[in-house]
Structure formats: C-alpha cells, structure tokens
Write a protein that binds this ligand. Structure first.
Ligand code: HEM
Length: 181
C-alpha cells in the first residue's frame, strides 16, 4: 500500500464507497464480496510476495510431465514465484498492477499461472477464509490509520523457512480519527 500510493488511493476510495465513510461502523460480512479492487490488490501482493514461494510434491507413480519422465518417489519443486513472474504468463510481470486480476481486465493470465494457494486436490482449504480476513484487516487498518513506511526505498526484510516471513517493517502510524478509549 505504502509503496504504491496511486493504488492505495483506489483501495481507500473503494473502502469508502462500499463500507461508508464512518470507520467505526461495523463491517457486514456480505460487503466483503463487493470489495473487488481491494481483492485484486491483495491478489497482486500475493503474486509478487507469495507466502509459499515453492510447493513441494512427490511423484507417487512413474509419470510424464512437461515432456519429461518422472520416476515414482521423485521430488518435484514447483517454483511459485517463478510462475507468478514468468513473462510467458504475465504482461509486464515485474510491475504492481492489481487491475490485472479483475474479471473484465484483458491482462488476465491463465488460472494455472496464479497459484498462491496451490492447486488441484491439495488446494488450500483456507483460501476463502484467508481472503476475507485479509480484506477485513486492510479495511480495519487503512480506514482508521494513516500508515507510511519510514523508508520507502528500504528492501523488505524477509526470511524463509517453510513459509516466507516478514522480519521487520518500520512504519509510522497516525490515527485518522480520535479513537475512544
Ligand atoms: C494468505 C494466507 C494463506 C496462504 C497464502 C496459503 C497457502 C497455501 C498453499 C499454497 C497450500 C498448498 C500447499 C501445497 O500444495 O503443498 C496450502 C495448504 C493448506 N492450507 Fe493454506 N494458505 C493460507 C491460509 C490458510 C488458512 C487461513 C488456513 C486454515 C484456516 C489454511 C489451511 C491450509 C491447509 C489445512 C492446507 C493443506 C491442504 C492439503 O494438504 O490438503 N491456509 N495453503
């Protein structure tokens, strides 16, 4: 949000239009479905910063995939970040363009090129819950607070174990309205 102020404005506008201008009003669950641009924004964050940059699978049987033979027991790593940024899959892959995830947008990539929640039988069962939570968090934070990065140009400090973690994020936070209590 802080690195892309022109996109932040569009998200804030949508939050205002869909949820109203009073940030103290509760957010009905149904209204989350109408936050189309906010959802596209979150999807674009997950494209460029997948929580799981790699997926690990093992061939249970001998198989042929991508024109190659895979013996049973072979480990297969799926490069999620590579798939999310491959120029064969995406127009201007390095750019942060949330609109590419909107239904009507012609920059839409093949659905198999976008796998932040995995795919197939092991697709993340928490996908919809995670998206709803992320939209809610975005709305709760950015409607109540002005949040700016202390250093806009500092690289994001992340580490990687099973998933990618943010190690440190220095921000300035200012309330937009006086908060009771
Ligand atoms: C932004 C949030 C999340 C992301 C990016 C994410 C991503 C993923 C991915 C990529 C997989 C597939 C792993 C694989 O194929 O090896 C997965 C599996 C899984 N996720 Fe999530 N997840 C998220 C949130 C959640 C939440 C909130 C829950 C539970 C409420 C959840 C529960 C699970 C479970 C149980 C599996 C294993 C499914 C299986 O193996 O059949 N995830 N997740």
């Amino acid at each position: 949000m802080c690195k892309n102020p022109h996109e932040k404005v569009k998200v804030l506008k949508e939050l205002d239009e869909v949820l109203g201008s009073d940030p103290k009003k509760s957010i009905p669950f149904e209204s989350l479905d109408r936050l189309k641009y906010t959802e596209a924004f979150i999807k674009e964050v997950l494209r460029l910063n997948p929580v799981l940059p790699f997926l690990w699978k093992m061939a249970t049987n001998d198989d042929t995939l991508g024109g190659m033979k895979w013996k049973a027991g072979t480990s297969v790593f799926i490069n999620v970040y590579g798939t999310h940024t491959h120029p064969n899959n995406w127009e201007r892959p390095e750019e942060f363009i949330p609109a590419r995830h909107l239904e009507e947008h012609k920059m839409k990539a093949d659905r198999n090129a976008y796998i932040p929640f995995g795919g197939g039988p092991r697709l993340c069962p928490g996908k919809n819950f995670a998206m709803a939570t992320l939209k809610l968090l975005t709305a709760l934070l950015f409607r109540r607070f002005d949040i700016e990065l202390v250093d806009k140009n500092a690289p994001l400090k992340t580490s990687f174990t099973m998933v990618r973690h943010c190690e440190e994020l220095k921000v300035n936070i200012r309330p937009k309205i006086p908060i009771a209590g």
